[in-house]
Write a protein that binds this ligand. Sequence first.
Ligand SMILES: [Zn+2]
Ligand SMILES: [Zn+2]
Length: 495
Amino acid sequence: MKKVFFYNFSGRNLPDYSRKDFDTMHVVNGMIKQTGFQMSFPDDGSIGVDLGGATVFSAFADAHVHFTQTGITLLGCRLENAGSLNEIFDMVKSEAADNEYVLGWNMQETRLKEKRLPTSEELDRISSKAFIWLARADLHSAVANSRALQWARSRFPSVVAPQGLITGEAYNFLSYELNALLPKAMKRQALELAAQECYRRGVGTVHALEGCAASESETLAAADFFDSNPLHGVIYHQSPDPALPKRLKWNRMGGCLLVDGSIGTRTASLHEPYADADTSGSQYLKAENIEKLLTAAAQNRLQLALHAIGDRAIDTVTSCYAWAAEKFGRAPLAHRIEHFILPTDKAIMAARDNSIMVCIQPVFDHFWGGQAGLYAQRLGKERAARCNPFKTMLDLGIPLAAGSDSPVTPIDPLLGIHALVNHHSPEERIDLNSALSLHITEPHKFTGEGSARGHLKPARPADFVCLADDPFLTPPSRIKDIRVNGLYLNGEKVF
Ligand SMILES: [Zn+2]
Ligand SMILES: [Zn+2]
């Protein structure tokens, strides 16, 4: 039996994270046995661990991570700092020297001297033998060389790829298919890298959104990984088919099941056209499709999670969820909506009335909010100001939890907390205590584990993060810079 006694720290719990709740903790076999003030060293053979005065919270939880995808973007070349096409070619060349599969990420043509993406032909000149796939920063398009294009055509025959550029639905589909193609060892390494990324940022739990309708392999590999890893992963299999969750006795289905697209690519479904293009976006799932999903969820007693960003898509989903509540009664675990970026007042009220769980991405506002940001460009200032109404929803008692949508934004809860207390719209800023709970306790409620996790109390796993500074003594503008000093999962140091 492993016994550990932790001392010299400031332990925090709800309801008030600003207050020191305990400063000593006794852990037996990975579970908290007792917490208290200045408890004496137990006389049971415990090892002592000095936490060096850290501020200690229950480990962070990220409620929306594309875990395998995150890992895969940590393999291969990072292209964000390239200043020219030649720099990209050099990186690809050295990667292709030892690897059959060359993946490149975060390519941004606006940062390149040439102001354009490379072409398939140029990549072939580096290597026509290797499989080369270079994705843009928004993860909605990629440039492929001939060998990768040949594979793309075999998997998605209608793909049009001018100069090797794959976009739209073809990209969405192929980005998942890519996982199935990569060698096993490479995928295992990707999952390891994703876990290390979580640990570095103090994250002990992820809601992992894996796989797609066409493939269970990514989901099963992730399940296998979490079974043998201290990181607590709760998987959402992103398929409209409830067969896999049923077989594995999971209480949930869906994930980023796309009702619409994204604001950046102008595919989020809007009531009124975009401000900078003559389109109102795309709605991939109509009410009747969503009702079918809800029927399957109800028949199997599953929670459903759907991706909805634009006001029109969100209205469709909230009214379908209200329809389901009426027809089937309350779901055992309330259904989720992921993103919920531009809700109408009516949708917000429907979310409240039906206790819909809303998984928000605070860092989206940090990156794309504000009067000069991407949302304002795409939607105009009036609609941009209505994006991500965090405080409005919190005050109405709508269940909220925070997720990064990694790899879209990094796994980094302190950046998420920073974004919540520094929202571009001052009236939508939320207090630090709530911002912390959205990253610590609330995500567990979304998966039905609210009483078992997220509190440093007896009979809970000893999953905790050590911060170098107390967020309550840090200026709001500096919260993102607080250092994670350590992460313990089941009482063992993983970072
Ligand atoms: Zn999504
Ligand atoms: Zn997502």
